[in-house]
Design a protein around this ligand. Structure first.
Ligand code: GAF
Length: 386
């Protein structure tokens, strides 16, 4: 379809329900500039929103029934109070919607029945957080339709609960925070312990730079199980060190901490998280000082740490990073949970196409499926469109 995503959501609503929606709500996908697997360690992250969005066109309906149409499948799914009484009763893509209804009710909100139609430009399975975009758009719609009292800063936790407890994915707070709290032209510096934020100016254009997003097209291999395993290792490390979370170990105390751990794998996992938190702080300091070009080496160091210590990269991803750097990128790293997904490369604006072509050529040489690429600018968080 070539129509704009909001138009497609409205058209979907009309054809599924034969009526007009009461409004449309949008939430973006995200890229994480730096700070990977630090969120569930109470640490720091620095994501920004993409202009790719998920839109929910919605209206109330009487009773405790929720009906959702998705352009992805062309299918309409309905569920009622019994299905949102406990996690796991709605499965597949509609679980993200049912999970939001469930989490709102769990938090004591009276959620009115609703009809929704979902359209999205956020690609699935590319590590750009299509699930958080869906949860956040649906949450915004249900809050407004029901006149619920739920300020934006309290919404990420609720959307995360939908994903953790209803859908069953043990993710952190970063993606929902990015989808809901980001601002155009800024990266979101989030302290995942107390959820305080600072909007950090991230003006690529003014610096003559571009952010290239390369979709590795690598099949996600065991991503869910590996994510949970990394989380467990981190919790194990924190427990051995006697701290509430790895956030409580700083770089100055890292060598001491590593010496107290009893296996090499945990040592590598802990070293990634502790050094990654510091790289986020260093990146924020450079951006605050307007030294945007200088963040490149921090991005590349983050990638090396994910590859060697956290062990969450795959050959396609490493190839994209190496080829981008060899073609002149100032820095490059995988973004998101890992085992596939996308690479970010910070490049001089004039060099974006050359760097993308170099990545494509390196892929061809190794016989990988051709990658996708696009340049992006930091966009706004979730919003009501009309
Ligand atoms: C996924 C998760 F959903 C986030 O919470 C975060 O842990 C990320 O992987 C890794 O930084 O996107």
């Amino acid at each position: 379809m070539t129509d704009d995503v909001a138009t497609r959501a409205t058209a979907g609503f009309r054809s599924a329900y034969g009526a007009e929606p009461a409004g449309r709500w949008a939430a973006p996908g995200r890229a994480n500039l730096i700070g990977e697997h630090t969120d569930y360690n109470d640490g720091f992250v620095l994501p920004f929103a993409l202009s790719l969005r998920t839109v929910a066109a919605a209206a109330t309906q009487p009773g405790e029934t929720w009906t959702v149409w998705s352009e992805l499948t062309g299918e309409t799914v309905s569920f009622g109070a019994a299905e949102v009484a406990a996690p796991g009763r709605v499965t597949g893509w509609a679980a993200y919607v049912a999970g939001v209804v469930w989490a709102l009710r769990e938090a004591g909100h009276a959620v009115s029945g609703a009809r929704l139609a979902i359209a999205s430009d956020v690609p699935l399975g590319s590590g750009l957080s299509s699930s958080a975009a869906l949860e956040s758009a649906v949450l915004a719609a249900l809050v407004d339709l029901g006149g619920l009292d739920l300020p934006a800063e309290r919404r990420p936790r609720l959307a995360q609960r939908a994903e953790n407890a209803y859908v069953g994915a043990p993710t952190g707070i970063m993606d929902q925070s990015a989808a809901i709290r980001c601002r155009a032209g800024h990266a979101l510096f989030l302290d995942c312990r107390d959820e305080s934020v600072e909007h950090i100016p991230f003006d690529l254009d003014a610096a003559g730079l571009a952010m290239l997003v390369v979709d590795s097209r690598a099949p996600h291999r065991h991503a869910d199980g590996e994510y949970a395993a990394r989380r467990k290792s981190c919790e194990h490390g924190a427990e051995q060190l006697g701290v509430p979370a790895l956030r409580d170990v700083d770089v100055a105390g890292l060598d001491d901490a590593l010496a107290r751990l009893d296996d090499d794998e945990t040592r590598r996992r802990v070293r990634h998280v502790v050094t990654e938190d510091q790289r986020v702080l260093d990146t924020v300091a450079l951006l605050r000082a307007g030294r945007i070009r200088e963040i490149g080496p921090l991005l590349t160091a983050s990638h090396a740490s994910m590859r060697d210590d956290f062990e969450i990269t795959v050959p396609e991803i490493d190839t994209a990073v190496e080829a981008a750097l060899a073609a002149g990128a100032l820095g490059a790293r995988m973004t998101g949970g890992g085992f596939g997904g996308c690479v970010l490369a910070l490049v001089d604006a004039a060099a974006a196409e050359t760097v993308a072509a170099a990545v494509t050529a390196a892929y061809a040489e190794r016989g990988f499926t051709a990658p996708g690429h696009v340049t992006v600018l930091p966009g706004p968080g979730a919003t009501r469109l009309d």
